[in-house]
Ligand binder design. Sequence first.
Ligand code: GCO
Ligand code: MG
Length: 374
Amino acid sequence: MGDATLNGRELSVAAYLRDHLCPQLIGRDAQKIEDIWQYFYKGAYWRRGPVTMSAISSIDMALWDIKGKAANMPVYQLLGGASREKVMVYGHCTGSTIDAVLDDYARLLEMGFQAIRVQCGIPGVSSAYGLAKQKGGKYEPAAKGVYPEEQLWSTEKYLNFIPTVFDRIRNKFGMDSCLLHDIHHRLTPIEAARFGKDVEPYHLFWMEDPTPAENPECFRLIRQHTVTPIAVGEVFNSIWDCKQLIEQQLIDFIRTTVTHAGGISGMRRIADFASLYQIRTGSHGASDLSPISMAAALHFDLWVPNFGIQEYMGYSEIMLEAFPRNWIFDNGYMHPGDEPGLGVDFDEKIAEKYPYEAACLPIARLEDGTMWNW
Ligand code: GCO
Ligand code: MG
């Protein structure tokens, strides 16, 4: 089992696998995980990129699953065994108003979460990032259709409002739970510095993706102004994307995932490199990555010495039906289970009932129509 999901661009990876990689897999020794990884990475000549790396990631994951099943061991044992008893995960809290956020936060605490990501509607901004479409519903990043939904963004309104949300949360629930927030690439470096500084009293576990990371150098400016920890990496697909941020200690958590950053083999290299700088992992685990990805992430998380946290949004009923799995969630922590391999399956019969439908991630524009970072 492997997951190759590239949200909003799924079919390109499916074609890459079907037309280019799968034919070359036939007849290859499934035990040679590393050689197959290198064969597809170096062998394409065209290295890196989200499509190539998602395809390689899915094969890598599947080969670890096969090796585990052949050895009759869960994958985390093959990696070197558990470094901890359980894996701390963070859930998603959203609301269109602060009161709705407070209710949702209470609900997540009730479910046992000890770490909670908070996104809130912003007065005057019709569609802030990360909100559920309906009250009480779950946040889903993509929406069905061929064209992306166009959302509106105002940095100034956001920066003026968000600290009040954290203030209300800390006042009501205290400082014990870990509080996380995703900025989703919306700020410039100096704005991110202001944000980080403003929210210091609320001791965030991290601020995520404060600014687009194509230029890692920008993070130095943020660092010079604030001690709010920074997490980056969900859009990265190789160790090279992470290199400068890690070796120059510009971040605190690396958020690459098994599905996009070269599978378990790619993640292992990134995490070991990050450990030299006391940077910890905090893998992306949105519901648009399948439960196969989640299972692989949990094996990796249980093993990786410099583990930080794992995102866990949960899944729809349909997804849970189609992917039988062994992992457990208990009081804010997860465990991948002890079945051989990844401990997750895929029910093709159930999946056949739901044919592929195109969906897109939204885009964001400023109030004057300028295309912005979503
Ligand atoms: C997160 C993410 C997601 C992504 C989505 C893209 O931190 O969970 O930012 O919401 O935007 O997974 O497909
Ligand atoms: Mg994110």
